[in-house]
Design a binder for this molecule. Structure first.
Ligand code: IDP
Ligand code: MG
Length: 150
């Protein structure tokens, strides 16, 4: 069964011209883009989105970071999408992220780690709803779908 996950390319990814590189990795893996847009994260959206980190030492810098410029929000669909995308993203601290992962190849520090991916199916549901209306999620078949599984 296809699963959905939410991905956000943070302002540093957009500023550093990495949108195409990162989206391309997901496309090539076989994940289907079912929603995608360039948006700005307001203070209130940022606080809701990162509510779990409220009160932590890095919360204020995180709010400034996420609101510093446009971000790309997207929904990706595929078998095991949540876990697959987390693996492709790599560890939170880019300095510890394995080469071959997005953070391990494209970022250097924890405070500028270029991308967010949902950590569970429940988080994905919540995050998708924060950034997209239901009618912005498109349902369609990709021509390679029959070649992605037995
Ligand atoms: P995740 O993005 O890998 O799920 P979380 O622990 O959920 O990592 O943290 C959310 C985001 O908060 C991180 O991606 C990073 O941008 C920021 N962050 C987390 N821990 C720190 C820290 O110790 N210093 C600075 N920023 C941090
Ligand atoms: Mg997280």
């Amino acid at each position: 069964m296809a699963e959905r996950t939410f991905v956000l390319l943070k302002p540093d990814a957009v500023q550093r011209g990495l949108i195409g590189e990162i989206v391309s990795r997901f496309e090539r893996r076989g994940l289907k883009v079912t929603a995608l847009k360039l948006v700005r994260v307001s203070r209130s959206l940022g606080e809701t989105y990162y509510a779990e980190h409220k009160g932590k030492s890095f919360f204020e810098p995180l709010m400034a970071y996420i609101a510093a410029g446009p971000v790309v929000a997207m929904v990706l669909e595929g078998e095991g999408a949540v876990a697959v995308v987390r693996k492709m993203i790599g560890k939170t601290n880019s300095a510890d992220a394995d080469p071959g992962t997005i953070r391990g190849d494209l970022a250097l520090t924890i405070g500028r780690n270029v991308i967010h991916g949902s950590d569970s199916a429940d988080s994905a549901k919540r995050e998708v709803a924060l950034f997209f209306r239901p009618d912005e999620l498109l349902s369609y078949a990709r021509i390679d779908e029959t070649w992605l599984r037995e």
